[in-house]
Design a binder for this molecule. Structure first.
Ligand code: PLP
Length: 404
C-alpha cells in the first residue's frame, strides 16, 4: 500500500483516511502521509534558524520569581520532547487539536505508564495472552498490587468474551511475534459498553499503518524504538490520547517515575520521522515480496504477514490497517534447522528487534515466554532491495536444508 491510496477500499471501519493538516506550514489544506511525516512537529520557517532546532540538553531552566511554566525542571518538560510529541500527535491523529502525546524513555516505559497509572487495587485488566512478552511480564507486578489480570488471545477477537468487569482492555495488533490481528473498533465499542478503557499497542503498525484512536481506542501507545525511529540506534516510547484527563494522569506518572526520554533520542527520533512514510511503504512492500517467496518453500510452514491475501488476519487487517508492517513470521522444521538458516544469512543480521532499515531476524523461542515452536523465525524486513533480501533468504534456506 502506498500513502496515496490508504484505506480507500475499506469502508466505514477504515481509519480516518490519509489526510490531515500540516502544523508547521500553518495551512489548513489537507496533506498526505509523506508530507506530514516530513513537516510534523517542525516550527514555522524562521530566518536563520534550522528547520528542526537541535536537542535541548537541560536539567533546570532559569526560573526567576514565581515558579510558573512553561519550562521549570528537566524531568517535567523539554522543548525537544514537545516538538516530537506534536509530530507524533499529527501522525496518530491528523488535524485533531485534542490529541496529546507524551514521549517516554522506551516502549516499556510507555506501556507501564498506561497500565500502572490507570489501574488501582481491585481493578481488572484484560491483556492479550500473545502480546509482547515484557508487557505480559507486568502481570506479576499488577497482581502484587491487588489488580486482577485476565488473558485472552488476539485472534478472533477472543478478548470480547472476557470483558465483564474489566477496567482496562489492552490490545496489541498486529501482535508480536504471532502477527495476529483483532478488530479494534469492535473491541473498543464492546469495552466502552462494559465501562472499560481501551489501550492499543501500535508498535508494529506505526501511526502510518493504523490509527487506533480513530477506531475508538482511548490510548495509542508504542515503542518508538522500532519502525517509528527505524534506524536501530535509540530507545523511545510514546502514549497518545485525546482525553485531557487521561493525558494528565499519564504525564503525572512520567514525572513521578522519571521515565523520560533523553533529548538526543527525542531529536533523533523526530529527525527520523521525515522518512517514516518512505520506510514503512518500502518495508511493507519488501515484507510482502518475501512472504510470497516463503510460501513456495516446502520446508517453511505457517508463513504469516497481515498483507498476505491468504493470511488468517488479512481480512480484518485490510479493514483497519493502511500499511501492514515490516514483520514476517514463519516456522522451520526445528531448532537446529532454524539456527542453520540464521547462521547462513549474509545480508540479514540476527537481532532481537524489528522495524529497522536493515533486515534482522531471530529464532524467537530462544527467549522462552512466547507460545511459538522451536523453529519459529521472526523476520523484520528492511528497506534494502527486495531482490537482495529474497536472494539472501532463499540461499540461506538452501544452505540450511542441504546440511540435513
Ligand atoms: N510493545 C511491543 C509490541 C514491542 O514489540 C516492544 C519491544 O519489542 C515493546 C512494546 C517495548 O519497547 P521497548 O523495547 O522500546 O521498551
Amino acid at each position: 500500500m502506498t500513502g496515496g491510496s490508504p484505506g480507500s477500499a475499506h469502508g466505514s471501519n477504515s481509519t480516518a483516511g490519509s489526510t490531515g493538516t500540516t502544523g508547521s506550514t500553518g495551512s489548513t489544506r489537507s496533506t498526505g502521509d509523506s508530507t506530514r511525516s516530513v513537516h510534523a512537529g517542525r516550527p514555522p520557517a524562521t530566518a536563520y534558524e534550522p528547520s528542526l532546532p537541535g536537542p535541548v540538553f537541560v536539567s533546570h531552566y532559569h526560573l526567576p520569581g514565581e515558579a510558573t511554566g512553561p519550562y521549570t525542571y528537566g524531568r517535567d518538560e523539554n522543548p525537544t520532547w514537545h516538538r516530537l510529541e506534536e509530530a507524533i500527535s499529527e501522525l496518530e491523529c491528523p488535524g485533531d487539536p485534542a490529541a496529546t502525546t507524551l514521549a517516554f524513555a522506551s516502549g516499556m516505559a510507555a506501556v507501564s505508564a498506561v497500565l500502572l497509572s490507570q489501574v488501582r487495587a481491585g481493578d481488572t485488566v484484560l491483556l492479550p495472552s500473545d502480546s509482547y512478552q515484557a508487557t505480559r511480564s507486568l502481570q506479576e507486578r499488577l497482581e502484587s498490587y491487588g489488580v486482577t489480570v485476565r488473558l485472552a488471545p488476539t485472534a478472533g477477537d477472543a478478548q470480547l468474551a472476557a470483558l465483564e468487569g474489566v477496567r482496562l482492555l489492552w490490545l496489541e495488533t498486529p501482535s508480536n511475534p504471532g502477527l495476529d490481528v483483532c478488530d479494534i473498533r469492535r473491541l473498543a465499542d464492546a469495552a466502552h459498553a462494559a465501562g472499560a478503557l481501551v489501550a492499543v499497542d501500535n508498535t508494529l503498525a506505526t501511526p502510518l499503518g493504523q490509527r487506533p484512536l480513530a477506531l475508538g481506542a482511548d490510548f495509542s501507545l508504542a515503542s518508538g524504538t522500532k519502525a517509528l525511529s527505524g534506524h536501530g540506534d535509540l530507545l523511545l516510547g510514546y502514549v497518545t490520547t485525546r482525553d485531557a484527563a487521561l493525558a494528565a494522569g499519564v504525564k503525572q506518572w512520567r514525572k513521578t517515575v522519571g521515565a523520560i526520554p533523553g533529548p538526543m533520542e527525542a531529536w533523533l527520533a523526530h529527525r527520523s520521522l521525515a522518512t517514516l512514510s518512505l520506510r514503512v511503504d518500502r518495508q511493507a512492500a519488501n515484507a510482502l515480496a518475501l512472504a510470497g517467496e516463503l510460501l513456495k518453500r516446502p520446508e517453511v510452514t505457517d508463513v504469516r504477514h497481515p498483507g498476505l491475501p491468504g493470511d488468517p488476519a488479512h481480512e480484518v487487517a485490510s479493514a483497519q490497517m493502511r500499511r501492514f508492517g515490516s514483520v514476517v513470521s514463519f516456522t522451520l522444521p526445528g531448532k537446529a534447522h532454524a539456527e542453520r538458516f540464521l547462521a547462513a544469512l549474509r545480508l540479514t543480521s540476527e537481532a532481537t528487534s524489528f522495524g529497522s532499515v536493515q533486515c534482522t531476524a531471530e529464532r524467537r523461542a530462544r527467549w522462552g515466554g512466547d507460545a511459538v515452536p522451536d523453529g519459529f523465525i521472526r523476520f523484520s524486513v528492511g528497506i534494502e532491495d527486495a531482490e537482495d533480501i529474497v536472494a539472501d533468504v532463499l540461499s540461506a534456506l538452501d544452505e540450511a536444508a542441504e546440511a540435513v
